[in-house]
Design a protein. Structure first.
Lengths: 112, 112
């Protein structure tokens, strides 16, 4: 099993460009999450999903959109990238909200 | 006040030493607790859950003090491979489901 995978691993964008980050999991987990990690801030929840076709806002949702059209995939979109969105983005999945979250390897995004 | 607070460190200890980290949480409704480990430029991985009665996994011991709202992690006989950042994670029920809050992490460096 690959676990949780993320693509791309690295990306550099110019301000105003758009992009989509893809997260895929092969563990049949219902719950999926997108976090960003910044120095001194810890992991902060952007959006999450409790099942296929559902999404909800987390702590820092502004400037991001998500979709969960298939159970195994959770997409994070940036419609108009800003330098403040420079960060490391982690996707995670879990079988329930009480259980361990399994993280992907992360995407390092730089917005110039 | 942050919901989860940790001393960022770094804790520099010699190989074989015993080291302890504390983490405090502000919300008394918090229900479950975890320690995650994050290696440099890698994703977080679950180290251990923290149970009310305390629990041990090899050289690692976790304790929970609900009255004082803190959890601790004790590492005995430190190894070079224990060098990492240790994230304190707190789970509590909210109107929208369960919410995991991550601390910013405590950095451990084990030296020869």
């Amino acid at each position: 099993n690959a676990g949780v995978t993320q693509t791309p691993k690295f990306r550099v964008l110019k301000t105003g460009q758009s992009m989509t980050l893809l997260c895929a999991q092969d563990m049949n987990h219902e719950y999926m999450y997108w976090y960003r990690q910044d120095p001194g801030m810890g992991l902060r929840l952007i959006h999450y999903s409790v099942g296929e076709g559902t999404t909800a806002k987390g702590e820092v949702p502004d400037g991001y959109n998500v979709s969960r059209l298939k159970k195994q995939n959770f997409l994070l979109g940036l419609e108009s990238a800003a330098p403040s969105q420079t960060s490391v983005y982690f996707c995670a999945s879990a079988s329930s909200s009480y259980n361990e979250q399994f993280f992907g390897p992360g995407t390092r995004l730089t917005v110039l | 006040r942050k919901e989860v607070e940790q001393d960022p460190g770094p804790f520099n200890v010699p190989e074989g030493a015993t080291v302890a980290f504390n983490c405090t949480y502000s919300n008394s409704a918090s229900q479950s607790f975890f320690w995650y480990r994050q290696d440099c430029r890698k994703e977080p991985k679950l180290l251990m859950s923290v149970y009310s009665s305390g629990n041990e996994d090899g050289r690692f011991t976790a304790q929970l003090n609900r009255a004082s709202q803190y959890i601790s992690l004790l590492i005995r006989d430190s190894k070079l491979s224990d060098s990492a950042t240790y994230l304190c994670v707190v789970n509590r029920r909210t109107g929208g489901g369960n919410k995991l809050t991550f601390g910013t992490g405590t950095q451990l460096k084990v030296e020869l």
